[in-house]
Design a protein around this ligand. Structure first.
Ligand code: HEM
Length: 425
């Protein structure tokens, strides 16, 4: 993607000196100042920036927390309490980190569903999307291990239940699952050894996420941003330089998101957590109802919807992995669901199914709840495997605007801007 005005001119002698040796400022200028962004982006496109903000908050607060946290079974729970009560501003840092995990998932779910609605995964953005799915997987692993570190009842039993799932691989190859579980645990049950290795990985993975995000943004800047029409940039009047337009909009989006973030961090820091996690881990007492954090609930519902343990594990992992194939499962000629009168309804049915699965995941696994979880799990997979490929072939999309400029200014305005490039849909 070429720059809007790749007109970086070093102003001082020092800038010129640096530019001739390491043109880092020139690179940043081309990619984040002059970079052409579609002129019709809505606020859903600010969530990439918001995700950056979330990642930064988690890294900064996490590094400070690690200075005071003790990753041992004897001290972990109390060290978290001590951070909240005795460490200077420890309450602030811990609240922002714990609430931050939830906020990160709020933002990432909006970001993913935005992509699904506007077809941002379609060619030429397949690699960008796949990198996103890898980021999502890394985020899930990081959050899962981070939750364990609190060493409360829900941490302990959550780790026990989820790591135990791997034992279902014994059904494929006797002894394989048990070996994996014992290897993960570093022993024959969840102990301080498990906690210690989770701490190590919980510190490592965010940096892996940083690396993946760099690749993600690189891929984005090669192909350029999609936009609500799904029609690519054709002429200069379809785009605006990233600075000040998209940057200002992103900054406003981030600020609005921070208000929500701060509201939870300052007024409801424990609202999104489970009360049982304020009791120290006790291997001898199983909580009556083991549930993960809210952002894993839809996957937990899918896990429990399948009668066999191995089947549940496969379904749960497939629910994420199916996203990798979405660029090829969607056969529609147009990207944006805005111009797909039938698909639009199915998209909202998918959103509804995910919300329902989330709710069902929080309920006990009784007959009626499991039945509904099965129905919504079935739709979840049907959406990707049947609706996307079939509807893309049979649906007649609405007429697309000829250009982004036409979508914004109408055909009169676009003609005045002289942008009616030859039609290509
Ligand atoms: C730490 C997590 C992530 C960060 C920091 C991040 C960052 C960004 C940024 C800055 C953009 C450009 C602005 C925008 O379109 O909102 C973007 C676009 C995009 N992201 Fe992400 N992202 C993350 C996770 C994901 C995930 C999990 C997926 C999908 C599974 C994904 C898929 C995409 C796609 C398809 C685009 C292009 C959107 C378009 O141009 O229409 N991202 N991302």
């Amino acid at each position: 993607m070429s720059s809007h005005e790749s007109s970086y001119e070093p102003k001082s002698r020092a800038e010129k000196w640096l530019d001739e040796r390491l043109p880092a400022v020139r690179l940043m200028h081309g990619q984040f100042v002059a970079f052409p962004t579609p002129r019709n982006l809505n606020y859903l496109w600010t969530f990439g920036g918001i995700l950056f903000l979330c990642l930064a908050v988690q890294l900064v607060t996490g590094i400070v927390l690690a200075m005071h946290y003790q990753p041992s079974a004897a001290e972990a729970f109390n060290s978290v309490e001590q951070i909240r009560r005795d460490v200077n501003y420890g309450w602030l840092i811990r609240n922002w980190h714990a609430v931050g995990a939830s906020m990160f998932f709020v933002a990432v779910y909006i970001h993913i569903f935005r992509g699904l609605y506007y077809g941002s995964y379609k060619a030429p953005r397949e690699i960008l999307w796949i990198l996103g799915v890898f980021i999502f997987l890394a985020m899930m692993a990081t959050a899962f291990m981070g939750y364990a570190l609190v060493w409360g009842q829900m941490s302990f039993w959550g780790v026990t239940v989820i790591t135990n799932l791997f034992s279902s691989l014994d059904e494929i190859w006797a002894g394989l699952g048990t070996a994996i579980v014992e290897w993960l645990w570093g022993g024959y049950s969840v102990t301080g050894t498990t906690l210690n290795r989770f701490f190590s990985f919980h510190y490592l993975l965010p940096f892996v996420i940083v690396g993946l995000v760099i690749l993600h943004v690189w891929a984005l800047h090669v192909v350029g941003q999609n936009n609500p029409t799904g029609v690519e940039i054709k002429t200069k009047s379809d785009s605006l330089p990233m600075y000040p337009y998209a940057v200002t909009k992103d900054a406003f989006g981030m600020f609005a998101f921070l208000v929500l973030f701060a509201w939870f961090a300052f007024f409801l820091p424990d609202y999104l957590g489970h009360p049982d996690n304020y009791t120290e881990a006790n291997p001898l007492v199983t909580p009556p109802h083991i549930v993960p954090e809210w952002y894993f609930l839809p996957f937990y519902a899918i896990l429990r919807a399948v009668p066999s343990k191995l089947g549940g594990v496969i379904a749960m992992f497939s629910a994420v992995l199916v996203l990798l194939f979405v660029p090829w499962l969607d056969t529609s000629r147009v990207k944006s669901a805005k111009y797909r009168p039938i698909y639009k309804w199915f998209f909202w049915l998918l959103v509804f199914s995910c919300v329902m699965l989330g709710w069902l995941g929080s309920k006990p696994a009784t007959e009626e709840y499991v039945l509904w979880a099965r129905i919504f799990t079935l739709y979840y997979f049907l959406h990707f495997i049947v609706v996307m490929p079939v509807l893309g072939l049979v649906e007649t999309p609405n007429v697309l605007p000829r250009s982004i400029t036409e979508a914004v200014l109408g055909s009169g305005g676009a003609a005045a801007a002289g942008t009616h490039a030859p039609e290509k849909r």
